[in-house]
Design a protein around this ligand. Structure first.
Ligand code: TMP
Length: 207
């Protein structure tokens, strides 16, 4: 089973994924945890290029190809083998981020992104996508406050970009409501985690 986590920057999805992984591990589930971009040695190098504040001149089409390159590598090298071993794969961001950020945020053609995604993923889709909902303004406020996390090139885009990303997520959720679980992220970590666990456990076979 492939479970992905999505949300605007600063939504707390990475913290929530880590807490969920700890809980599922204690319940005896076999897990594999990855993140995008990254998750493989090649993907982590691509991540550095994508995130570097020095790369301000990066073209949006180059950007989406790099995200897709990291994803293709991650799927072949890590996700498919883990799924074949019967593990539950928890992935911090997946192709929905490409539609939200490069499609709705940057304005790249959505049909072209669909074809690119199909090529990069060979058609692999998440079984469940947990969306941590937070307003883009609150997300950016939290990102600025949290000095433990690097401030990257995408965080640095203007508020209007992050509003388009947020709006894009709403459209993606509306288009496939059965795949997504939407959780209100503007609450305590514990309250959000309780809902994340309930939503995920309801879909998992008993360990
Ligand atoms: P994060 O690991 O802190 O969530 O940072 C990843 C950043 O990259 C975040 O701003 C979202 C962005 N991103 C895209 O723009 N497109 C993508 O396809 C992915 C996976 C991430």
């Amino acid at each position: 089973m492939l479970i992905t986590f999505e949300g605007p920057d600063g939504s707390g999805k990475t913290t929530q994924l880590a807490l969920l992984a700890e809980h599922l591990g204690q319940q005896g589930y076999l897990l594999f945890q990855v993140r995008e971009p990254g998750g493989t040695p090649i993907g982590e190098q691509v991540r550095n290029v994508l995130h570097s504040m020095a790369n301000q001149e990066m073209n949006p089409r180059a950007e989406v190809l790099l995200f897709s390159a990291s994803r293709a590598q991650l799927i072949e090298q890590a996700i498919l083998p883990a799924l074949a071993e019967g593990k539950i794969v928890l992935c911090d961001r997946f192709y929905d981020s490409t539609f939200a950020y490069q499609g709705y945020g940057r304005g790249l053609d959505l049909e072209a992104l669909r074809q690119l995604t199909q090529f990069a993923t060979r058609g692999l889709c998440p079984d469940l996508t947990v969306y941590i909902e937070i307003s883009p303004e609150e997300g950016l406020r939290r990102r600025r406050q949290d000095k433990s996390v690097e401030w990257n090139r995408l965080d640095d885009l203007p508020a209007v970009f992050h509003r388009r990303v947020h709006e894009g997520y709403q459209r993606l959720i509306a288009a496939e409501p059965d795949r997504w679980v939407v959780i209100d992220g503007e609450r305590s970590i514990e309250a959000v985690q309780a809902d994340v666990r309930a939503a995920v456990l309801a879909r998992l076979p008993q360990s």
